[in-house]
Write a protein that binds this ligand. Structure first.
Ligand code: ADP
Ligand code: MG
Length: 699
């Protein structure tokens, strides 16, 4: 970069060229994900402090919000209190005060005697003494400025190499000049309608707020922007898919319908009817279907997929049904085989084991249109299969969601596309992860499904539970025992040393607890062959008890397995517990899920209680989202969307709704953002989503 250019700072300029940064700090910034001025402006504070002038300890009064600066005289972690707490004695030249943080174990390696500490909070009282509970705090470094104004304001997430106060100092010296670089991309009408602050001002205020009210407005604007850009990207994508290459419109008259129905040895459920209706309506159009089908494991999605495939075949088109793993692809193929016995529909399974001439021949037949339905793994089908006339693609994503790979299968004419997932997705997530899709839901599973009783078993009741299981095993039922990890050796976290390891426990169960039964082990480090063999033996009833890690999550259907024990159930997330439990209750008879757990953790207890109360995947998913927050449950990046830096789809749900309505209305009016007033916005969206959503060629 020449001198000349260095003067002209833009959002793309490397932070290194900002005064006060330089190469070594730039490297530290890079570790925080900040490379350009634009990144820097989006390096949002994690908190803001509106700090009063510090007062002397002797002048602190009950009920006051105060700021105190003192030396840490003493620290004490008290784990055995009713509420464990971390206590600090803070002193200045006028006196002492007790400062406590409840559940403050994490402070043990942060706070120590001799440190100069600033605390900010409300003065309370404990047994006639003044006390500060859970105050905000800053450890003051030797070289850190101490005036009250330098302690107020934004608090930045820091790294060891780059303390927060330094980030703040650099930000403060540049923000007035940098914030105006952020272009305004919302039209005046939208700003006014939603009472939004100007964008440049919002950047200024988020980093250097004049007061709390203005800060709140700045946050609202920047959150809105994030959500609006995301929704605009999704709206564009949706438009693009719908108005790109057309699909073959498919007819499904009464004759076709009744011919297909004859294939199913049962009546379709109300939910299946509804969803099939939606699918058939979509497939009748030239606009390619782009639909997500949600339904718990066992709710009957495969039937819907097969119905769609047979509609395609009746219209002289091919259908591809894809699953994430080979086991699942086989399972789909086998159940399709059952339904299509004696049918003239030509169907083939394509898996990794197929090689050489056989494979070449099969690919040739698919290319020539001599195969009607192809079942395989997502990777295989997408990698190298040419279809003569692909009319429908079904992608069963099972437990993951949002693999935006559909476009890869499009050649010339677009196939209709149905994505299926067994992960119940709360509405908020569906609007973001799948914001460009239409959504269908199967809520109720087919009738005749066995009841599943779920119990939380605490240690004193373990033996009774084992006896109960023994009785069931004697009655020729089968059981799953699921453990969080494979073995106790690879134990990095000593806190988790109480986790029962599948391998150890396998020996205990096999030799001591159930010596009279056949016990087998299944885990992720076994070869694919071994796993397949063990699962097959279990399905055929040669194994009574299957001890496993969570690999059975994506296992097979064994209706006779009516017992599931989940050991250390408190260590599992709700979604996972629910998925695991979905393995039982698949036959007619009553099943039983036993959650072995000993815990005092409130969140874990809530999870266990929800599990014993509900079998409704959507209800469980909503709870999960509330308990865990969207961050853990949903990483935007994984779904091809940029991560949200400031908005939170749960907490900011109202704003998300607003942004979504605005974005979709705008795209309906200007589908390629070609109107001049959308030029800046268009640039911004393409920059953020271009390759991720395949929008490069929009417009
Ligand atoms: P999913 O794919 O959603 O996990 P499946 O389509 O594999 O569920 O269905 C689970 C089981 O229920 C299968 O054995 C299937 O044959 C059966 N099934 C599906 N629909 C019905 C129905 N309407 N009535 C009775 N059984 C059904
Ligand atoms: Mg299925």
């Amino acid at each position: 970069m020449t001198q000349q250019e260095a003067k002209q700072i833009t959002l793309e300029t490397a932070v290194q060229y900002l005064k006060g940064v330089g190469p070594s700090r730039a490297a530290a910034f890079a570790e925080l994900g900040v490379r350009t001025v634009g990144d820097f402006l989006e390096y949002y504070p994690r908190d803001w402090v509106f700090m009063p002038e510090p007062v002397k300890i002797a002048d602190a009064r009950i009920g006051q919000m105060v700021c105190l600066v003192g030396i840490v005289e003493q620290t004490d972690w008290q784990p055995y209190r009713k509420v464990p707490m971390f206590e600090v004695t803070l002193a200045d030249d006028t006196g002492y005060i007790r400062v406590v943080w409840f559940h403050g174990r994490y402070l043990m390696n942060q706070l120590e005697p001799g440190q100069l500490l600033l605390v900010h909070g409300k003065v309370g009282k404990y047994k006639y003494q003044l006390q500060l509970n859970n105050p905000k705090f800053t450890i003051l470094a030797e070289d850190q400025p101490r005036g009250p104004e330098s302690l107020s304001g934004p608090v930045y997430p820091a790294s060891a190499k780059l303390p927060g106060w330094q980030i703040k100092k650099i930000m403060q010296s540049h923000i007035a000049e940098l914030a105006p670089l952020e272009p305004e991309f919302l039209e005046a009408g939208l700003l006014k309608k939603n009472a939004l602050m100007l964008r440049a001002k919002a950047y200024r205020q988020i980093h250097d707020p004049v007061d709390e009210d203005t800060l709140a407005q700045a946050k609202r604007r920047l959150k809105y922007d994030e959500l609006f850009l995301m929704q605009t990207g999704l709206a564009l994508k949706r438009y693009h898919v719908r108005h790109g290459d057309p699909a073959a419109p498919m007819r499904c008259d009464d004759a076709i319908d009744s011919r297909i129905r004859k294939r199913f040895p049962f009546l379709l459920t109300e939910d299946q009817e509804q969803v099939i209706g939606e699918v058939v309506t979509d497939m009748a159009k030239e606009i390619p279907m782009n639909r997500l089908l949600q339904g718990d494991v066992g709710s009957g999605k495969t039937v819907v997929a097969l119905y769609g495939a047979l509609v395609a075949v009746a219209n002289k088109c091919q259908a591809a049904i894809m699953a994430p793993t080979e086991i699942l692809a086989r399972q789909h193929y086998e159940s399709i085989e059952r339904f299509l016995k004696g049918s003239r529909v030509r169907r083939e399974l394509i898996v990794g084991g197929l090689t050489g001439k056989k494979r070449t021949k099969l690919l040739g037949r698919i290319k020539n249109g001599e195969v009607d339905i192809v079942v395989g793994t997502i990777a295989l089908v997408q990698a190298d299969i040419d279809f003569a006339n692909l009319g429908l693609v079904v992608i069963d994503e099972q437990h993951k969601f949002g693999v935006h790979q559909r476009a890869q299968l499009r050649k010339g004419r677009s196939p209709h596309c149905l994505v299926m997932t067994a992960t119940p997705i709360p509405r908020t997530l569906a609007m973001t992860a799948f914001g460009d899709l239409d959504v269908s839901i199967i809520r109720h599973s087919p009738p005749g499904r066995g009841e599943v009783i779920t119990r939380w078993v605490e240690p004193p009741n373990r033996n009774d539970a084992m006896e109960f299981i023994r009785q069931r095993l004697k009655a020729k039922k089968q059981a799953y025992f699921v453990y969080p990890r494979i073995d106790s050796e690879n134990n990095v976290d000593s806190e988790k040393s109480d986790i029962k390891a599948a391998v150890d426990e396998f020996h205990v169960l096999n030799e001591k607890v159930f010596p009279e039964f056949k016990v087998a082990l299944l885990h992720g480090q076994m070869s694919a062959d071994e796993k397949m063999q063990t699962m097959a033996a279990f399905r055929e009833g040669q194994i009574d008890v299957l001890v496993s890690t969570v690999v059975i999550e994506v296992g097979v259907d064994v209706p006779n397995a009516t017992i599931m024990v989940i050991e250390n159930a408190n260590r599992f997330g709700l979604a996972q517990l629910h998925q695991l439990r979905g393995r039982i209750g698949r036959g007619q008879s009553k099943s039983c899920c036993l959650l072995f757990a000993e815990t005092a953790d409130e969140t874990a207890i809530s999870r266990l209680q929800i599990m014993t109360r509900s079998r409704d995947g959507f209800e469980i998913a909503e709870h999960d989202l509330k308990l865990r927050g969207p961050g853990e449950l949903f990483s935007a990046r994984q779904h091809g969307l940029p991560d949200l830096k400031i908005a939170n789809i749960v907490e900011d749900f109202e704003l998300l709704n607003l942004a979504r309505r605005d974005a979709f209305a705008m795209i309906a009016d200007d589908p390629t953002l070609i109107q001049p007033e959308h030029a800046t916005l268009r640039k911004e969206v393409i920059q953020r989503f271009g390759d991720k959503l395949g929008l490069v060629d929009v417009g």
